[in-house]
Design a protein around this ligand. Structure first.
Ligand SMILES: [Ca+2]
Ligand SMILES: [Ca+2]
Ligand SMILES: [Ca+2]
Length: 141
């Protein structure tokens, strides 16, 4: 069940910063996953690729958009995860039709990435990740 939760909450992390420190572990796992070439740095391109890969996983009914239709059962069994997904759709759904298209996801802000890339070199390295984790521990953002 733990992996399930990470899977469902990760999309939100790809567009926004985690709301609380508890999300830190999931964020770390998600970032490890995003580092496709395993060089310890997550480039913006790697971050966006991870987000694209997530789209196909979230589109469970394969109709080309991510919407509430993809999570009918989830709402019944894991209402909290469903709420997170609602927040995700709301944040990315630029034209407010309740459906997230690939283009909308591609155009979504990389808030979390931008927050962590403190030296603005287009990649998040281990030191920046550690600094972000330390900031979260202190209760800041
Ligand atoms: Ca990398
Ligand atoms: Ca869908
Ligand atoms: Ca839309």
């Amino acid at each position: 069940m733990k992996i399930q939760t990470m899977f469902f909450l990760a999309p939100l992390l790809l567009i926004a910063k985690p709301a609380h420190a508890q999300a830190g572990g999931r964020m770390s796992a998600m970032l490890d996953h995003a580092d496709a070439d395993h060089d310890g740095r997550i480039t913006r391109a790697e971050f966006i690729d991870a987000r694209k890969a997530m789209f196909y996983k979230l589109d469970r009914n394969h109709d080309g958009v991510v919407s509430r239709d993809d999570f009918g059962r989830l709402r019944r069994f894991r209402p909290k995860a469903a709420d997170q997904l609602d927040a995700f759709i709301k944040a990315v759904d630029a034209d407010h039709d309740g459906r997230v298209t690939r283009a909308e996801l591609d155009g979504a802000p990389t808030t979390l990435f931008d927050l962590m890339d403190t030296n603005h070199d287009g990649a998040v390295d281990q030191a920046e990740r550690a600094a972000a984790a330390a900031r979260r521990k202190k209760g800041g953002s």
